[in-house]
Design a protein around this ligand. Structure first.
Ligand SMILES: *Cc1c(COP(=O)(O)O)cnc(C)c1O
Length: 399
């Protein structure tokens, strides 16, 4: 072999005896075939076989396999973000003339996708109150192809009765999809509670370090594999094995990270609930949180993300108070090692439920910093807002 050929050829190195604990990172666009016949028959390798790097490498398959086991599904597909998983789930299964029913507390980008893209493709979009399944039942008919659920819902944390929702949806032949990002499959397995498809934003607790985007989509039945796989292929969507290896590594510590964050979050949520400036704390483990009984029945735990609503009139003061935080940082996303707080506005992101409070929900994600330093922030924030709440009693307590 000449030098120029040596430098571009894969060296034949034995891996015999090399048994490491980590999953190797396999990068590939091209997959090489041993013969012309094998190349021509590559489609017969099936959805688990290898034919082109975009459709999977041993690294991405390892991550998919782990998630399939956690979700009790038959096949998982990786996508470049949590939102991509949600969009692809819908795009794979809907066609013009179909209807979709979406929970009113859905991740805002899903609402946007439905309003701007699904409607453009002739799909009829409607919303339902995740806490009023009697109303959902009234909206169901055989043209409904998908009932989309996110439980607990983004920001406002309502927990839906997924088994009942699935029973109603399946009765008219609809498919049930569920975004399970808050609980992760460690604490809730939607496919065991009636869903046909579950999505996760791996960007959050799985990745766990606020530095990688990825999503997963797991199906319960073999019949759903082909439509999803084909849609991913036609849209040219796959993920980098380097990113997959970061998620494979991040998720190994996920159970201890979530467990710790949830414990600290629960203490804080309980304490905040008793503060004069606080109207409500939205966190499924709290008995006052919407859908708490359903959470207690179906979920085996909580994560470290909760939301706080302040007494009427305090919203304009929250921003300045946040700027005094020392350990919590302000930013979107969550589920990482750093504690985050984000002032969220529901704005036009509700269409069939009323929001009775000021349009400001403060979302907290508890990370892994020293607890006493996080508590110092929480206390400072509450004391400052309590001072304003007490100074403005008329605004603080108008019914
Ligand atoms: C963050 C989030 C997503 C989107 O995840 P990205 O990876 O940021 O696209 C989807 N659903 C829920 C519930 C989320 O919290």
């Amino acid at each position: 072999m000449r030098d120029q050929t040596i430098i571009v050829s894969k060296p034949e190195i034995s891996t015999s005896g090399f048994d490491s604990l980590g999953v190797p990172t396999h990068r590939a666009a091209t997959i090489v075939f041993a013969s012309t016949a094998e190349y021509e028959n590559r489609s017969s390798r099936g959805h688990q076989g290898y034919s082109y790097g975009l459709y999977g490498t041993p690294t991405t398959r390892a991550l998919e396999h782990r998630i399939t086991l956690l979700e009790n599904g038959v096949r998982t597909f990786l996508t470049p973000s949590g939102q991509a998983s949600n969009a692809l789930a819908l795009l794979s299964l809907l066609e013009a003339g179909d209807r979709i029913l979406i929970c009113d507390n859905v991740y805002p980008a899903v609402r946007d996708f439905a309003e701007r893209d699904l409607k453009r493709f002739g799909i009829r979009v409607d919303y339902y109150d995740p806490l009023r399944l009697d109303e959902l039942e009234g909206k169901l008919d055989p043209t409904v192809k998908i009932v989309w659920c996110e439980s607990p819902g983004s920001t406002t944390m309502e927990v839906a009765d997924l088994p009942e929702l699935a029973r109603l949806a399946h009765a008219v032949g609809a498919i049930v999809g569920c975004d399970n990002t808050w609980a992760t499959p460690l604490y809730f397995k939607p496919l065991d509670h009636g869903a046909d498809i579950v999505t996760e934003a791996l960007t959050k607790y799985f990745g766990g370090h606020s530095d990688v985007f990825m999503g997963s989509l797991t199906v319960k039945n073999e019949a759903l594999i082909q439509p999803v796989r084909a849609t991913l292929g036609r849209h040219g969507i796959g993920v980098s094995p380097d990113d997959a290896s970061m998620v494979l590594r991040g998720m190994e510590t996920m159970s201890v990270r979530i467990c710790h964050s949830a414990r600290v979050a629960l203490d804080m949520a309980r304490w905040l609930e008793g503060q004069p400036c606080v109207e409500a704390v939205l966190f499924p483990p709290l008995p006052s949180s919407p859908g708490h009984a359903t959470w207690a029945r179906d979920f085996s735990g909580a994560s470290g993300v909760f939301s706080v609503v302040f007494k009427k009139g305090l919203a304009p003061h929250v921003g300045r108070a946040l700027d005094t935080l020392g350990t919590f940082v302000i930013g979107a996303s969550w589920g990482g090692t750093r504690s985050l707080v984000a002032p969220m506005k529901l704005g036009r992101d509700r269409s069939v439920t009323a929001w009775p409070h000021d349009d400001l929900v403060l979302r907290f994600s508890v990370g892994l910093e020293a607890e006493e330093e996080l508590w110092a922030d929480i206390e400072r924030l509450a004391l400052r807002l309590n001072g304003i709440a007490v100074a403005q009693p008329a605004q603080g307590h108008t019914p």
